[in-house]
Design a protein around this ligand. Sequence first.
Ligand SMILES: NC(=O)c1ccc[n+]([C@@H]2O[C@H](COP(=O)([O-])OP(=O)(O)OC[C@H]3O[C@@H](n4cnc5c(N)ncnc54)[C@H](O)[C@@H]3O)[C@@H](O)[C@H]2O)c1
Length: 310
Amino acid sequence: MQTCDSTDNLKSLLYQYLWHALWIPRPTLSRRRAAYENPIPAEPDSQAYVPVSHDTTLARMSGILKGKVALITGAGAGIGAATARRFAAEGAVLWLNDLDPTALDAIRDETGGRGLAGDMSDSAFATHWVDEAAGQHGRVDVLYNNVGVSRIGLIGELSDDDWRSQQRLNLDTVFFATRAALKHMVRRRSGSIVSISSGAGIGGQYRLGGYAAAKAGVISLMETVATEYGRLGIRANSLTPGPTATEPLLDYLKGRPGGIEAHTADLNLARLSAVEEVAAAVAWLASDEASNVSGICLQCNIRSGSRRPT
Ligand SMILES: NC(=O)c1ccc[n+]([C@@H]2O[C@H](COP(=O)([O-])OP(=O)(O)OC[C@H]3O[C@@H](n4cnc5c(N)ncnc54)[C@H](O)[C@@H]3O)[C@@H](O)[C@H]2O)c1
């Protein structure tokens, strides 16, 4: 009995010694235990909503588009303008477009690019715009289809014109420029086409049915171009950004119940994307860094799987 007591005492002393040697403040331990038991915070952490800033200074770039003749539609604002800046920083020779001539002038001046203002949903203009690029620069290496516009409305309430305008602005624009670019790319057996879709293009989106259907079409169109033209050295891919911090979207979300947080809480990264982040994904897909990638839809911070329980 005596032996047993002294062994117990010894064990107790040893535990006490170890506890002090490995002393961890109790609040830290309880926080760790809580994080283990419930790794997803019930309430969004406000830190998570700080937009990520991207350093797009020339020094940071690796020149993955050096010397490539790159065409961008709708480059006057938002993601298109951010992509023009990124492409320029990566060494691309830019041929730009926007419906708004003033916005086009501004981004041309900023990036040293050239191009024409006009409506990409006009088949004749889109073809002329691409042919001019090839005429001026001798070739078309990259086409980035960026134009897109969303209109809100339940499916049962969309007019014929609402529906057609969504298909025209989001899908026809991509088809017209892609068809024109393929002609020049096939001649050189080389080219990369990137088209922007949207999280709405996968799984639909409440009150954005016309937009969602057109954006699903963009994914399918790029997959088909990839299968038809891959053997001729041409790659085609799409990407689906989630809500991205452009001025019009920020204004819209501020006026909605719950604001930005309500619309980002169940995205994979639980925050808005920055335009520079989307531009970085486009630049990679456009470049030879992705030379073995064709027919994919790159999902960028959308909601995968079902909604999280609240
Ligand atoms: N902002 C987002 O949250 C988000 C998310 C997913 C996908 N997208 C897609 O990204 C693309 C760019 O979106 P954004 O938010 O940067 O838009 P934006 O409205 O900020 O910029 C679009 C630009 O395209 C131009 N444009 C519009 N119609 C045109 C036409 N017919 N011909 C030529 N130019 C035209 C506009 O003048 C504008 O400069 C769109 O295709 C959009 O559907 C945006």
